[in-house]
Structures are given as C-alpha cells and as structure tokens.
Design a protein around this ligand. Structure first.
Ligand SMILES: O=C(O)CCC(=O)C(=O)O
Ligand SMILES: [Fe+2]
Length: 213
C-alpha cells in the first residue's frame, strides 16, 4: 500500500524531463529563466554584499599551484555557499536545486548524494581557460551547474561567454552560451570541456557540482 502511495506521489515535471532529455542527447542543457527575476535579484544582492565583505578568495586550482600560473588559467574570485547557513536568497536557490536533484534521483538513478556550490565573480579582463571540471583521481563530479546573476541588461558585447566544446561525430563544435540572468547551464562534468571567454564587465554567477559520493 505504501509503495502505491509513493508511486502516486510522483508528478512528471516537463521542464525537468526536458533537461534530462537534453543532457542525454547532447551532454548539456540550457534553461532560460530557471530562476525568476526576483530570485536573481536577491542572489545578486547577496553575492555583491558578500563580495563587499571581502569574503571572496582568489579562485585556486587544486592547491599547490603558483598564484601566477593560476591567474593565467582562471581569474575569478569565489566564495563557497553553505546550505546550512543559507540566507534568504540562498534558501530560494537551494529549494530549486533540491527539487531538481530529488527529481533526477527518482527518475535517472544518478545517485546524486552530494552537492557543492560557490559564487563566482569574474572581474573585468578575467577568464577561465578551457578545462574539464573533474580532478585527476576524483570522478565524483557528475553534473556541472552554472547559473548567471548578471543584470537584466547584460549584452553579448560584455564578453564572458561560456563555450562548450562538443563532439559532433568526431568533429569539434563550439556551443557559445551568453551569461544572461536567470539562465542555467547543466552539463556532464566528466565529458564536456569548456571555457569562459574574457569579460569586459564584471560577471556574476553561481557554479556548482552534483556529486555521487
Ligand atoms: O561560469 C561559467 O560559465 C563556467 C564556470 C566554470 O567553468 C567553472 O567554474 O568550472
Ligand atoms: Fe568549469
């Protein structure tokens, strides 16, 4: 009887189904307005407030690299977000993430047990060179998740495009994604190489990973 109720509990979500379909077919999904204008505004206020508090650290790659080398690879500054200490805006963020993860786990058997997210600010003239999001000897990151917190009037000329390097029957194809506010990009961490092109204006985002262990 309990099992029956659990089955009845499941409501198909067309947006999530589209995401699952897209990732299955093309290794990535792009969803515009995943976060509402109100949610993006709240998260933007939060990222900027925390930046002012100087809580951001220069993004580091692994931990042994020389700072100069790091800078030549990536120039963003990041701040990890702790769900347990969420403010109002972060609470809205995690509500949506947890709903999506619950759905993925119910329908795709992905076994996402952990997640990690950080704010990222790319100051003018910074970038993140082409890379894969998985570390050597660590394959726990399954899906990469990026959500943009830029202003409503963000223009393509501001730069900072995310470029996904796709494989089209052995041919490399570039998929250019503009960091428009509310837009979310989800992709297979172990498969898709990608980069962030140099920005001409400060670029705001949350990046994270859904992990198996
Ligand atoms: O901000 C983006 O569009 C991608 C960021 C990224 O690739 C990373 O933080 O690993
Ligand atoms: Fe990345």
């Amino acid at each position: 009887m309990n099992q029956l109720f659990e089955a009845l509990d499941f409501v198909e979500n067309p947006l999530y189904e589209q995401i699952i379909d897209d990732i299955g077919k093309q290794k990535y999904a792009i969803v515009d307005h995943f976060f509402s204008t109100e949610e993006v505004d709240a998260l933007r206020a939060s990222i900027l407030e925390k930046h002012e508090e100087d809580a951001f650290k220069k993004a580091a790659i692994g931990n042994k690299f020389d700072e100069l080398i790091v800078k030549s690879i990536r120039g963003d500054v990041i701040l990890w977000i702790e769900e347990a200490k969420s403010n109002y805006a972060e609470g809205l963020f995690f509500n949506k993430i947890n709903d999506l993860v619950g759905y993925l786990n119910k329908t795709c058997f992905l076994g996402i047990l952990h997640k990690e997210f950080h704010y990222a600010i790319y100051p003018k003239a910074t970038f993140y060179k082409r890379h894969l999001d998985t570390f050597k000897n660590d394959d726990r990151r399954k899906l990469s998740f990026v959500c943009y917190l830029n202003h409503e009037d963000w223009q393509p000329e501001n730069g900072g495009e995310l470029v996904l390097y796709l494989d089209d029957n052995g041919q490399e194809v570039e998929k250019v994604v503009y960091p428009f506010p509310g837009r979310v990009v989800i992709f297979e961490s172990q498969i898709l190489e990608h980069e962030v092109k140099p920005v001409n204006t400060k670029r705001l985002s949350i990046t994270g990973w859904l992990k198996t262990r």
